[in-house]
Design a protein around this ligand. Structure first.
Ligand SMILES: [Mn+2]
Length: 338
């Protein structure tokens, strides 16, 4: 049975490929993340020289350092999508997403949709070639299966891209991914470049973030014996606070860390730890009366508007956070556990 379904899909894929024509200009649209980038690169490789042109266009900005590293080291030819580009193309494909996922896709007809997100009944999909498989941990797994079935051997860079796509979407099989993903992953490791993969994985920070790390190191103060707090002041995004907090989790002997900063007109506090102290409850206890806080034992977050603080506290948010984390008593567990 499974074999029949598989071969029916393969027949459809072959039919679609056979129907491609030399004068066509294709655009593969993505919301760029590792799985989407890898899947688009694989689809472009499969389409090969059957058509005039295959452009990969992203509708979002790429800011994460590992994604920037992936594009650079794997030489993924992705361009920023602009609505006026639409007339340059005769055909559109979409991987790792569905047309209703973004308003940027609204006015476009897609001839190909390949995705692993579930379909929704409100948004029926229509495309010349359609392959939606929610049971797959990554769209990269679906594309890897195409390569294997079509007996197309991917090069070093494409294999590494697909590997990183599966790795990211399944959190290296810690958070999803099944037998199919594992099989694809194993097959890809034979063709991939481990040293490039390692460079991508290790690209965790951007140069522009280093001054923030420097501020965090200078501020670092002890909290309740086993923890540390660092306030980094104004930052452009809470992601930077998360990156700094995650960095500190690599320090052996540091049980937990609190990294705070100001984003726009609000204070954000990121908690990370080894689970020995319930940080979700701590985050709640420290900030529930000025904002909100919560999370798991090893991973929590609190936010508050600066307008909720006194003028003196607003003038020294770092000290406000520090005093709270240092002195607040936990509330009853029932108040936060849901
Ligand atoms: Mn995906």
């Amino acid at each position: 049975m499974a074999l029949n379904i598989q071969s029916k899909r393969l027949t459809q894929l072959r039919q679609w490929l056979a129907g491609l024509e030399k004068e066509q200009h294709w655009c593969i649209m993505i919301t760029a993340d590792p799985d989407a980038l890898a899947s688009a690169l694989a689809l472009k490789f499969i389409m090969g020289r059957r058509v005039q042109q295959v452009t990969i266009a992203r509708t979002n900005a790429v800011t994460r350092p590992d994604n920037l590293a992936m594009i650079r080291y794997l030489r993924i030819p992705v361009v920023e999508w602009k609505p006026e580009m639409q007339e340059e193309f005769s055909h559109f494909a979409m991987v790792d997403s569905q047309p209703h996922h973004s308003p940027a896709y609204a006015d476009i007809h897609f001839s190909v949709i390949i995705d692993h997100h579930p379909c929704s009944a409100e948004h029926p999909l229509e495309a010349g070639f359609l392959d939606i498989r929610p049971q797959m941990g990554a769209t990269s797994t679906i594309l890897t299966r195409y390569l294997r079935a079509l007996k197309k051997r991917p090069g070093r860079l494409l294999s590494t891209a697909l590997l990183y796509g599966i790795r990211t979407d399944t959190a290296t099989f810690e958070r999803g991914g099944g037998e199919d993903d594992l099989q694809a992953y194993q097959w890809l490791t034979r063709h991939a470049d481990n040293s490039i993969l390692r460079r991508i994985i290790r690209s965790e920070y951007l140069l522009g973030w280093l001054p923030l790390f420097s501020r965090a190191f200078r501020y670092l103060r002890e909290c309740r014996g086993k923890g540390m707090h660092a306030h980094v002041g104004k930052v452009s995004s809470a992601d930077l606070l998360v990156a700094i907090a995650d960095f500190f989790t690599r320090v052996h002997g540091l049980k937990w860390v609190v990294v705070s900063g100001v984003v726009g007109d609000g204070g954000i506090v990121i908690f990370r730890g080894d689970g020995s102290r319930h940080l979700g409850r701590l985050a709640d206890a420290c900030f529930y009366d000025v904002g909100s806080g919560g999370g798991h034992s090893a991973l929590a977050r609190a936010e508050f508007p600066l307008s909720a603080l006194s003028a003196a506290d607003r003038g020294d948010v770092g000290n406000f956070v520090h005093t709270r984390v240092q002195t607040r008593k936990l509330r009853a567990a029932t108040a936060v556990d849901i």
